[in-house]
Design a protein around this ligand. Structure first.
Ligand code: MTE
Length: 317
């Protein structure tokens, strides 16, 4: 799953890419000659051109076509902006995404604060078409844009004692009207085992559908962990902390018997209040249509099952 050497980006191109990203974030107009790109100018709010051709990730069914943009951006979970599916699209316009920084903390050789534009320039971005299966029983297929979280992790050099990664979302009551509500503890936090975080499928996403992330989808950067229930994919990340002990996570704290730390998509393990055997694909399966079967690890079993060899996945749900 690692890119062949021909796809590794030379250092000079990274510097040019960083400058281009800065222009984008500042909302500057057309860029002059981004030498790393096609030579074309870009409108503000656009991502740098993709280094890799869009490709269907192995394991995705031939039937999988990207969900409609309106579904992916109009039916969301982002509890900082309300608990209704339509709330994030209606309310997230108050989120301020520039300037934005991400703190790297804990058990790493190179802790520190990253400006968003430096982070975006760290590696070439590619489009990855991933299914996202929500624990509530619906799913979408989204063309995300970003690079593997492993690229960042390698750069900050975790210590041997680091076993887990904690992701922390922004919690700003001034711009996020439901931060402070009692539905969850804030900030929203999520966690992965270090080997899960290093898996090449685990994506640090900055965009979708070829554009920067809409605010309701977790701008300016979020995680996408396609073989896990959607809540593991933390939005609007401001902190990444490396720990020895398994970190607490927002949903596990809110309802430990319902939402475990692992939360791998598993049709054989029901949620205490509903079956997880089937799902409704938004935009394709109508409310009255037959629901489709949920696949183990959301269809990414071939790539990720080996991470869990010997584990009882009913116990570690
Ligand atoms: N991240 C934060 N910070 N707050 C949230 O409420 N909801 C999660 C996850 N990340 C959530 C979050 C849940 S339950 C899901 S299903 C996905 O985001 C939804 O992502 P989408 O709206 O882009 O489909």
């Amino acid at each position: 799953m690692h890119p062949p050497p021909s796809e590794i980006t030379p250092r000079a191109l990274v510097e040019n890419r960083r400058q281009a990203v800065q222009h984008l974030l500042l909302g500057a107009g057309a860029l002059t000659a981004p030498s790393w790109a096609t030579g074309q100018t870009q409108a503000p709010g656009k991502l740098p051109p993709l280094a890799h051709k869009p490709s269907q990730v192995p394991g995705a069914q031939a039937l999988d076509k990207p969900s409609a943009y309106q579904d992916a951006t109009g039916y969301n979970n982002f509890y900082e902006f309300g608990t209704d599916k339509s709330d994030p699209a209606a309310n997230a316009h108050t989120l301020k995404t520039t300037p934005w920084t991400v703190d790297i903390e804990g058990l790493v050789k190179k802790p520190g604060r990253w400006a968003l534009e430096d982070l975006m320039a760290l590696s070439a971005m590619e489009e990855r078409i991933y299914r996202l299966r929500c624990v509530e029983g619906w799913s979408m297929v989204i063309p995300w844009v970003g690079f593997s979280l492993a690229e960042l992790i390698r750069k900050v050099e975790p210590l041997g004692s680091a076993k887990f990664v904690e992701l922390v979302s922004l919690a700003d009551p001034k711009t996020m009207p439901f931060v402070g509500s009692r539905v969850l503890q804030w900030p929203y936090t999520e966690g992965l085992r270090l080997d899960e975080a290093m898996h090449p499928l685990t994506l640090l996403a900055f965009g979708m559908y070829g554009e920067v992330l809409p605010k309701q989808n977790g701008a300016p950067l979020r995680l996408v962990v396609p073989w896990k229930y959607g809540f593991k994919s933390a939005k609007s990340i401001v902190k990444i902390r490396f720990t020895e002990k398994q970190p607490a996570t927002a949903w596990n704290q809110a309802a430990p018997q319902e939402y475990g730390f692992y939360s791998n998509v598993n049709p054989a393990v029901d949620h205490p209040r509903w079956s997880q055997a089937t799902e409704r694909r938004l935009g394709e399966d109508g409310l009255l249509a037959k629901r489709r079967k949920t696949l183990p690890f959301n269809g990414y079993e071939a790539q990720v099952a080996s991470l869990y060899t010997g584990m009882d996945l009913k116990k570690y749900y």
